[in-house]
Design a protein around this ligand. Structure first.
Ligand code: IPM
Ligand code: MN
Length: 352
């Protein structure tokens, strides 16, 4: 699995010191604490100096004492250099946690307040359908679109109820996301970038995305570009995924496409993801794409691979490219031995 290199401005490099990286650790729910502990073990095995600050957040915490996330904890998290986060959420069918408590109250709050405007989701592996070796990245806008929470109810609970849910797209927000995607495409061998949207129906938001994409493209003559409607891109991801190098898309399309992409390369169990603030005005947050899998707790099936790969991405983002590469190599080596999933964490830490 290839490592990722992240651009740092001279100013940002200047801020780097030899001090330990301060990592906010959110174990989360279900299998979360176990896989995040395995990922931190791999991090420590690299010899990179880290200070861990733990945050007990998620559905389990909410059920215990009703706490979600307050401003004081948010400020403590803001003071970290990066966050490693496990999956958050109650067991499927557990109705005691109201929908959105964890999603809006913690995950989206952190993404928005820390201005983590890029959701970087790399996918590598063998296509389940075509057998090809795949290596592509989805850049999902992470602070706007239909996740912005615009909308509301009118006459709620009556037969004349109205519910609206808007999609917020700003020129600034779209442009910084599109630019990030062009920069990333430039740094990859194929230099190919596909915009995915639904411009034929979402004629306002789609128009802003398409115009911004075209204007920024003019500054990157070495990057070849394509456009796919989101429905068509679902077919291509299954039937011809090798056409993709970098995809850039809005928040909701990116959410859906990356679950599909995970399944295409063999399951979201292997996908680590970064919620990045490339301007580095706040910490970035790294997490596995998969959920909390409460039904797997205590079994041999608990697989820390995605969390470990998220930790590798975190180290790369913190400027520790060598440590990140060593973790990725160890994951590849261990995976090749077809191990019992729950043993992967220790095996990786030993080989790093
Ligand atoms: C993801 C998740 C989140 C999202 C949920 C848990 C809020 O599905 O990271 O893809 O929709 O972004
Ligand atoms: Mn999702």
């Amino acid at each position: 699995m290839g490592g990722l290199s992240f651009v740092r401005t001279v100013e940002q490099q200047g801020e780097q010191t030899n001090m330990a990286h301060r990592i906010g650790v959110i174990g989360g729910d279900g299998i979360g604490p176990q896989i995040v502990a395995a990922a931190m073990k791999a991090v420590r095995a690299t010899g990179v100096e880290v200070d861990e600050v733990s945050f007990d957040l998620g559905a389990d915490r909410y059920l215990r004492d009703g706490y979600v996330l307050d401003d004081a904890d948010l400020e403590r998290i803001r003071g970290c250099d990066a966050i490693l986060k496990g999956p958050l959420g109650p067991a499927i069918g557990d109705a005691r946690v109201p929908g959105g408590t964890v999603e809006r109250g913690i995950i989206l709050r952190l993404r928005f307040e820390l201005d983590q405007y890029i959701n970087l989701r790399p996918f590598s592996g063998t296509s389940v359908a075509t057998g090809e070796v795949l290596d592509f990245v989805v850049i999902r806008e992470n602070t706007e679109g239909s996740y912005a929470g615009e909308g509301g109810f009118l006459r709620k609970g009556t037969p004349h109820e109205v519910a609206t849910q808007g999609s917020v797209n700003t020129r600034m927000g779209v442009e910084r996301c599109v630019r990030y995607a062009f920069d990333l495409a430039m740094a990859r061998p194929r230099r190919h970038l596909t915009l995915v949207h639904k411009t034929n129906v979402l004629t306002f938001a789609g128009d802003l995305w398409q115009r911004t994409f075209n204007e920024v493209a003019a500054e990157y003559p070495d990057v070849s570009t394509a456009y796919n409607h989101v429905d068509a891109s679902c077919i291509y991801l299954v039937e011809d995924p090798a056409r993709y190098d970098v995809i850039v898309t809005d928040n909701l399309f990116g959410d859906i496409l990356t679950d599909l992409a995970g399944a295409v390369v063999g399951g979201v169990g292997f996908a680590g993801t970064g919620n990045l603030n490339p301007s580095r005005t706040g910490p970035s947050m790294f997490e596995p794409v998969h959920g909390s899998a409460h039904d797997s707790v205590g079994t041999d099936r608990v697989n820390p691979t995605a969390a470990i790969l998220a930790a590798a991405m975190m180290l790369e983002f913190l400027g520790e490219a060598d440590a990140g590469a060593r973790i990725r190599k160890a994951v590849d080596d261990v995976t090749a031995t077809n191990p019992v999933p729950v043993t992967i964490g220790d095996a990786v830490a030993e080989r790093v």
